[in-house]
Ligand binder design. Sequence first.
Ligand SMILES: [Mn+2]
Length: 339
Amino acid sequence: MKNSNFKDIIGEVRKHHKILITTHANPDGDAIGSSLALFGYLKKKLHEVYIMVPDPDPAFLHWMPYHENLLVFNKDREICIKAIDQAELLISVDYNTLDRLEEATEFVQKAKGIKILIDHHKDPDSGFHWMISDITVSSTAELIYDLIVESGDHDLIDTNIAACIYAGIITDTGSFSYSCNNEKTYQITAHLISAGIDGEHIHRMVYDTYSEDRLRLLGYSLSDKLIVLHESHTAYISLSKDDLQRFNHQVGDTEGIVNFGLSIKDINLAALFMEREGLVKISFRSKGNFSVNDLARKHFDGGGHNNAAGAYSYISLQETISKFLSLLPVYTEQLKKVY
Ligand SMILES: [Mn+2]
């Protein structure tokens, strides 16, 4: 499906009163930040707006403005199903395929409302009536910013909306360390600061609110569980159910652990394997032109971005790691030199 332009999307939004915003399962800062920024904006435009996420978001995002409006499908199922059925317009934010809504997927698929996608992941579904899919931007939050500005509502970006957009940008760029080699990301950020947000304070609320258990889980992961394969330019960490239980694992506690592997010189691929009920959840990160999106899509059930992707594996933790290790020889040449 061809990309729409903002004008068409704005025209469509204006035609409808009841709007449902949805974002993906295991929501990250961009998913929640983009959705809440759009929520705040559409409320100001006097729409009746609902916002739904398949499962709860991590505690380090709970400070965000409008957060109390989040409906969680696996907790507020009946309310969510009603909101899906009654929405005249459904806006999918920060995900590219409806199956990322997990248990809510079938309900959204058969919803009668017009469907819009606003996202920055590769290869979106074709089932949307309108879509903005731009993989060149740092975050979906940037696209929400663009949507508001293109609507002529630049002045409606107050500190609440700006804080949500800022949170989306900093979490999807690792605090301006990847996916942000373009001046527009910084121009948008400059405007958010001039709108009155305290960027340093927001950064602390996102990154400096670890529980003691979370910090100790990180320490344990790095000291006891990190495997570094210098010859393959790869590092990985695996966490069993017992490991996670030992540190009283909460949603979001493993966020960011995968990135540490990449901080080793000449390590260009990092992976984190987490044992969950009946499956293994995997995070991949890479440097430069090595695509973990391709790796995740080709060999596991997943995908994402060039340098950051997620996946699932339905064999055991040990078997998943063995499979990963067996793939490395194929990629060693590519991993030797990334640019
Ligand atoms: Mn994103």
